[in-house]
Design a protein around this ligand. Structure first.
Ligand SMILES: *Cc1c(COP(=O)(O)O)cnc(C)c1O
Length: 447
């Protein structure tokens, strides 16, 4: 079915192309008329025909991507970045390069554009994460980069979690600063206490305070919840700017940056806000807005040119066109959906409960689950089967694929991460049944 739908959509794009080639007035040549009629006829028959559409490629070597329609996708990083229908519509209408620049007037900056309502969106976005000013950037990593660039100098130290995402470490490295890790406690949690201890350690070793503390609320390895409130408090006591990394929170659960005590809130559009890549959010306080979103001050030595109020770190404008408009188009639903995080947790717990019934299966993440992303330890369950199976670890992947479940790394039966965000109860139950069925098939006890 999805091939038919895409086939029809592509034919519609071909019709659209004729309009583009004949504007204004759309006087079609006889060839174009014929083509138009052919496409119309094809369109009429696509859904009548009993045959499956054969098209597997968009063009040349680019395959159609139908994973979200054909499978239950529990890929850890893809779940909350799935687009809303509104975002997909934005992609096809605003896909042309600089499409959002149609109504860009003085002072010529992305966040001033009123049509489409980008200016309004930026304000709402800041409010959404409980901060004063927000900008859309090219992913959470770009947020780390902008903050690092503005705050850190060569030789400075920034503190990150021992579970920090690599992009944060690279952002710090990219400006010539050093990142040092705060230890997790025995539950794999970053505490306020360990943060303070690391600040003291750095002071002792270098004679200077760290210049930034950046911690994710939920890390990407276990999706454990870290004490961001306590860490915010420690940072205020030491007067060190605190970056709250909400790559796994902004867009799925309510986030109030001021309440947390954050100076910066970073979010990921493509990870958690039902937006295409590359999109992300950097929000900050009025105090730090002047630092990270500082405007250009230089002047051409020959021409005397200046660039108005372009924001230097952002290179003027950041995400333009379809990705931005799609992020905006999803936003009303995203703003609504964060209110239903509790139900997402219920589904996540339902699934982990089902997994725990399978003999030998453990959950590596903290329990009970406070996130829909979970790390599962199957060394004493599915991996035991893998040891004697002729397909080794791939048997598990094969069994899941047969049941139209995707998103777990092929061959991995020791540990894997999965994310149930956004699945319906029916889908979650299907998922639980499927895992149970596979366990039973290979004679693992199901309690
Ligand atoms: C995914 C992730 C990132 C990177 O997000 P992008 O928007 O792709 O740059 C950063 N930090 C954490 C904790 C993540 O999980």
């Amino acid at each position: 079915m999805i091939e038919k739908i895409l086939g029809a959509m592509f034919r519609l794009e071909d019709l659209r192309q004729i309009l583009r080639e004949t504007a204004p007035g759309h006087h079609l040549s006889s060839e174009q008329k014929e083509e138009w009629e052919n496409i119309r006829t094809e369109l009429n028959t696509i859904f009548e025909s009993k045959e499956e559409q054969k098209q597997k490629y968009l063009t040349d070597k680019i395959e159609l991507r139908t994973r979200e329609e054909e499978y239950i996708n529990i890929d850890p990083i893809q779940a909350a970045g799935r687009l809303t229908p509104e975002a997909r519509k934005a992609l096809i209408t605003y896909g042309d390069g600089y499409s959002v620049c149609d109504y860009c007037f003085k002072p010529f900056r992305l966040d001033y554009i009123k049509r489409p309502p980008i200016a309004e969106f930026m304000t709402e976005l800041a409010e959404f994460v409980g901060m004063d000013v927000a900008r859309v950037l090219r992913g959470a990593r770009n947020g780390f980069q902008v903050v690092s660039n503005a705050l850190l100098e060569k030789g400075d130290v920034a503190l990150v979690s021992s579970l920090a995402h690599y992009t944060l470490c690279l952002a710090i490295e990219s400006v010539g600063a050093t990142w040092k890790e705060i230890r997790v406690d025995d539950q794999n949690i970053i505490t306020a206490e360990n943060t303070a201890a690391k600040i003291e350690e750095v002071k002792e070793q270098t004679g200077k305070q760290p210049k930034l503390v950046a911690i994710s609320h939920f890390d990407y390895m276990f999706a454990n919840e870290h004490d961001v409130y306590g860490i915010g408090k420690v940072c205020r006591e030491y007067d060190i700017p605190f970056l709250y990394n909400g790559a796994y929170t902004v867009g799925v659960m309510p986030v109030d940056g001021k309440k947390i005590g954050a100076d910066f809130v970073v979010g990921s559009g493509h990870k958690s806000m039902a937006a295409p890549a590359p999109t992300g959010v950097l929000a900050t306080t009025a105090e730090f807005a002047d630092v990270v979103f500082a405007t250009t001050k230089t002047k051409g030595d020959v021409t005397g040119r200046q660039f108005g109020i372009k924001e230097t770190q952002l290179l003027g404008c950041t995400v333009m066109g379809a990705p931005l408009v799609a992020l905006m188009a999803s936003f009303p639903k995203v703003r609504e959906r964060v209110q239903h995080w509790d139900e997402e947790l219920e589904k996540s717990r339902f699934f982990t409960d089902a997994l725990l019934k399978i003999e030998g299966t453990k959950i590596s993440s903290e329990m009970p689950r406070k996130h829909t992303l979970t790390k599962v330890d199957t060394r004493d369950s599915f991996d035991r089967v893998a040891k004697t199976h002729k397909r080794k670890g791939y048997f598990f992947y094969d069994e899941l694929t047969k049941r139209k479940i995707t998103g777990i790394f092929p061959g991995s039966t020791r540990e894997f991460k999965m994310n149930t965000y956004g699945l319906s109860w029916d889908q979650v139950k299907y998922l639980a049944d499927a895992f149970t069925e596979i366990a039973e098939k290979y004679e693992l006890g199901v309690g």
